[in-house]
Design a protein around this ligand. Sequence first.
Ligand SMILES: Nc1ncnc2c1ncn2[C@@H]1O[C@H](COP(=O)(O)OP(=O)(O)OP(=O)(O)O)[C@@H](O)[C@H]1O
Length: 295
Amino acid sequence: MAMITPERLLAAGTMTDPTPPKLLVDGLAVRYESAAPGQYACQGIEFRLEPGDRLTVLGPTGCGKSTMLKAIAGYLPIAAGRVEVSGRAVSAPGQDRFVMFQEFDQLFPWQTIRSNIVYALKARTKRRSEKMRASEMSTRADELLSMVGLAGRGDLYPGECSGGMKQRVALARALAISPEVLLLDEPFGALDAQTRRRLQEQLLGLCERLDTTILFVTHDIPEAVMIGNRIMMMSAAGRVTNIYEAENHDQVALEEHLRDELRSNQTRGPGAQNPTDASAPPKRAGLLGWAKGWR
Ligand SMILES: Nc1ncnc2c1ncn2[C@@H]1O[C@H](COP(=O)(O)OP(=O)(O)OP(=O)(O)O)[C@@H](O)[C@H]1O
C-alpha cells in the first residue's frame, strides 16, 4: 500500500505549498458537442507535474489521451475541473505550452529548417521581451539543430528532409520556443524503429539537460517506460487508473504489469464515459499528484 508522505499531503492540498506546480490538472473532464448528453471523452483526470517531470500516458485506443492533451493545450474547452500552468489557469492556447503531434507537416515548407527555428526563437524573444540579434538567432538555431543530430543541415527545406529529420526539426523548434510544458502526442509514432529509438534518446537527453516538463502520449509501453519518470494509465472510460513512479519499479516488471493493465483496461469498466446525470460534474480520480503503488 502506498505511504502517505508529506509530499502527498501537499499534493492533496491539505498543506500550503507556496510554489505552484508547473502543470496542475485537477478533475479535468472534456466533452465533445456531438457526444451524447453526459458522455465525456475523458473525465476526473488529476495529476501535477513539477519542473523536469516527464509524464507518459498510456491507455486503450479511444480512451481520451489526445483529447486530454488538446484540452491542456487549450484547443478544447474544459467541461469540468481546471488546468493550470505555473498557477495560471489555462483557457486557450498559449506560448507557455507547445504541442508536437505525429504529423510531419508542422514546419513552414517555404523556409529552410534553420529559418523555421529562427521563427520560433523570434516568438520566444518577443514573448519574453528579450533582445537577440539576427546573427545570434541563426547561431542558436544551428546549435539546436546540432543537438538533434542535424549539424550542418540548416539550409535544407522541409521538403528535402525525411520524416525522421522533420520530427527532429520539430523537436528543435519546440526547444527553441522553450515552453514551460511540452505536450507530445505520439510524436514518433510514424517513424521506423531505429529512428524512433534515436529520437527517444535525444528527447530524453534534452529534457534532462534543459529540465523540460513534458506530457507524452504514446501507445508504446517500452517508450512510455523509457521516457517517463511517471507513467499514467487510463481506462477505456477515459479515467486515470494508476500513476506509477518509474524509478520505484524494475523496468521489465513494470512493462509487463502495464501490458496486463492495458489489456484489462480495454474493456469499459464501471463509471464509463456516461454518468447518468449529465448536469453532474464527473467524479474525481482521487489521484492528484501521487503515484499509486501496485506491489
Ligand atoms: N473531434 C471529435 N468530435 C467528437 N468526438 C471525438 C472527436 N475526437 C475524438 N472524439 C472521441 O473522443 C474519444 C476519445 O478520443 P481520443 O482521440 O482522445 O482518444 P485516444 O485515446 O487519443 O485514441 P488513440 O489512442 O486511438 O489515438 C473517442 O471516443 C473519440 O471517438
